[in-house]
Design a protein around this ligand. Sequence first.
Ligand SMILES: NC(=O)c1ccc[n+]([C@@H]2O[C@H](COP(=O)([O-])OP(=O)(O)OC[C@H]3O[C@@H](n4cnc5c(N)ncnc54)[C@H](O)[C@@H]3O)[C@@H](O)[C@H]2O)c1
Ligand SMILES: N[C@H](CO)Cc1c[nH]c[nH+]1
Ligand SMILES: [Zn+2]
Length: 420
Amino acid sequence: MYSILKFPAQSTFKQIVTRPSLDSQSLDTLIKDVFEQVKSSGDQALRDFTLKFEKKSISDLAYTSEEISEKASLVPQELQDAIQLAYNNIYAFHESQKLVEKRIETSPGVVCWQKSSAIERVGIYIPGGTAPLFSTILMLAIPAQIAGCKEVVLCTPGDHPALFYAAKLCGVTQMFRIGGSQAIAAMAQGTESVPAVYKIFGPGNQYVTAAKMYANRLGVAIDMPAGPSEVAVFADDSANPAYIASDLLSQAEHGHDSQVILVSTSETILNESIEAIKSQLEELPRKEFAQSALENSQFILLKSKEEAIELLNEYGAEHLILACENPEDFADFITNAGSIFLGHYTPESAGDYASGTNHTLPTNGFAKAYSGVNLDSFVKKITLQSISKAGLENIGPSIIQMAEAESLQAHANAVKIRLS
Ligand SMILES: NC(=O)c1ccc[n+]([C@@H]2O[C@H](COP(=O)([O-])OP(=O)(O)OC[C@H]3O[C@@H](n4cnc5c(N)ncnc54)[C@H](O)[C@@H]3O)[C@@H](O)[C@H]2O)c1
Ligand SMILES: N[C@H](CO)Cc1c[nH]c[nH+]1
Ligand SMILES: [Zn+2]
């Protein structure tokens, strides 16, 4: 499990970076069944699946506002303060992503611009199977709040007081005690209690991720496939093996199916990091999760930084830590990653909680095509245009030419009638 792969040929990079495979056929069958049952039996199906998958018997699916306030009040002051600091930083970073309206005169008399319009009803999934990820509420509900989404529906199987505190702080409008694929099926299709939403956000395990992809096939928008957490670290001789080990373990502890990789041009750093992992692992309460995730891990020795860049771009890590000298120069060459952490004092957990960036990020190589969650994820961009008579005189002949060449006479007529 801790062996070092030394100087692999570049032609093998694609194969080296494959993620642990899932039995997608039986997963698809299960998800289809969950969606069908939730569609036909609504709330009762949600209760039945909760009993089946979580061994929990529930009657009311929604939390009342009194229940939310009562649970939120159990959060100790120090944790409230920590959440407030994270809230402020996440708010500031996402607010800075607001669209600045720019009107462009593309031809004289022809003006085009865009506006942002919030998605009115969004659903956010907050994992809670083995750890109550209340930080994910901040990551999803803060941008929803800034965007101006009217309804924010939250589903979670978790019960930690901080989940309720964060939900209140971020203006969540409805909260349900439902988890897994059944929660996604409910938000996608609607039930007696759970409203159908236009877009579903949030990370989760393989069941949640597969259910989001299924919902997407039914026409419900999703943020992205955000599955089991992963991190890749690039380390040169300047790196600190104890720091590297702590970063790799921080993602390995998420779950059995997490994956971590360490890429280095220094065999000494690789060996010392492996030793540091072994000793730090012993102290972890979630040692079992981390240990099985480490079975999917890779320690790779490469000849040069250029090879490391090639391999890391092929991997497209959810998180990429650059524990090296001049990390900004290195980052210039990275084209595929969810979020990049630069230098020796930027642990990945800073982005997970409080630096300000979003931690809901594409996994499983989806960073090649998807961005992580950001303010734009919660809005639609509507384009607007306004053309004066002189403007239409300028571009009209081109429109007529093109419409007639496409054999669409009515299109051409809409211009001709105004110019005649
Ligand atoms: N990519 C990201 O941005 C990101 C962020 C945070 C967390 N994560 C990932 O989220 C995941 C959280 O996983 P989790 O399991 O702790 O919580 P979870 O809430 O995603 O899943 C728990 C639910 O899974 C369902 N389930 C469990 N076993 C099942 C079975 N056999 N069949 C059908 N359904 C079943 C249950 O309904 C349960 O409520 C981790 O893999 C973590 O790495 C990813
Ligand atoms: N690392 C996770 C994203 O992959 C997010 C998270 C939440 N809490 C701790 N970590
Ligand atoms: Zn994490």
